[in-house]
Design a protein around this ligand. Structure first.
Ligand code: SAH
Length: 219
């Protein structure tokens, strides 16, 4: 127990009000200390159900939206999961509790380093974080049973489609830089189905199969 336990419990109740029913997902959100993943200056806001600034122009996603991702993807203990956009590393830690192995790619070196420190402090051992362009995926550990993209691009990156396992699921925001639709892709053999889930607003997915990555990155 830590001094944020009551706030964490309240957050989980709010998530239930917002339609999160998956008991495994709710249990993990009640366990993982989100305040350890955000900068100290905003730690007191860690259990608000809202996006939170983490520096370098980026935000940690809203917890109920992350929970919805996991409820839709139905992540199991045997799954190999790819996450694009490690950011704070909070979602990476949650995935670590639900999945078999998690591979996470972040383009901003400092964020990846901070996330690794927080994951190490929690002794999460089934998670690997790499600095790089996640729009090309992480072919070394493919194929993946589930892929979560935490930034919005103009289209579904082809390499991520290629790296889906048979029966694999992917959630990816697709649209303009300002607004996107969350798309659920499923793979059955050579066939892919696309289903639009909801409207959303993520930071831009920058990279070879995302928006052009112009000039020096923020920070
Ligand atoms: N799930 C994270 C979300 C962070 S915001 C959290 O809750 O903390 C999205 C992240 O995607 C940002 O950190 C941004 O730097 C990263 N990102 C954007 N384009 C990327 C790319 N092509 N490859 C890897 N990471 C990318």
């Amino acid at each position: 127990m830590d001094r944020y336990a009551a706030q964490r419990r309240a957050l989980v109740e709010r998530m239930q009000d917002r339609g999160i029913r998956d008991l495994d997902v709710l249990r993990v959100f009640e366990q993982v200390p989100r305040h350890l993943f955000v900068p100290d200056a905003v730690a007191h806001r860690a259990y608000e159900d809202a996006p939170i600034p983490i520096g370098f122009g980026q935000t940690a996603s809203q917890p109920s939206l992350q929970a919805l991702y996991m409820q839709i993807l139905q992540i199991r203990k045997t799954d190999r999961v790819l996450e694009i956009g490690t950011g704070s590393g909070f979602q990476t830690a949650v995935l670590g509790q639900l999945a078999g192995h998690v591979y996470s790619v972040e383009r901003i070196r400092e964020l990846a380093a901070r996330a690794r420190d927080a994951l190490d402090a929690m002794r999460v051992s089934n998670v690997a974080v790499q600095v790089g362009d996640g729009t090309i995926g992480w072919s070394r550990y493919a194929p993946y049973d589930a892929i979560l993209v935490a930034a919005g691009g103009p289209e579904v990156p082809q390499p991520l489609l290629d790296q889906m396992a048979e029966g694999g699921r992917m959630l990816v925001p697709v649209g303009t830089r300002e607004a996107q639709r969350l798309v659920l892709v499923r793979r059955h053999g050579a066939e892919y189905t696309h289903e639009e889930v909801l409207d959303c607003t993520f930071v831009p997915l920058l990279g070879r199969f995302g928006w052009p990555d112009e000039g020096p990155r923020p920070g």
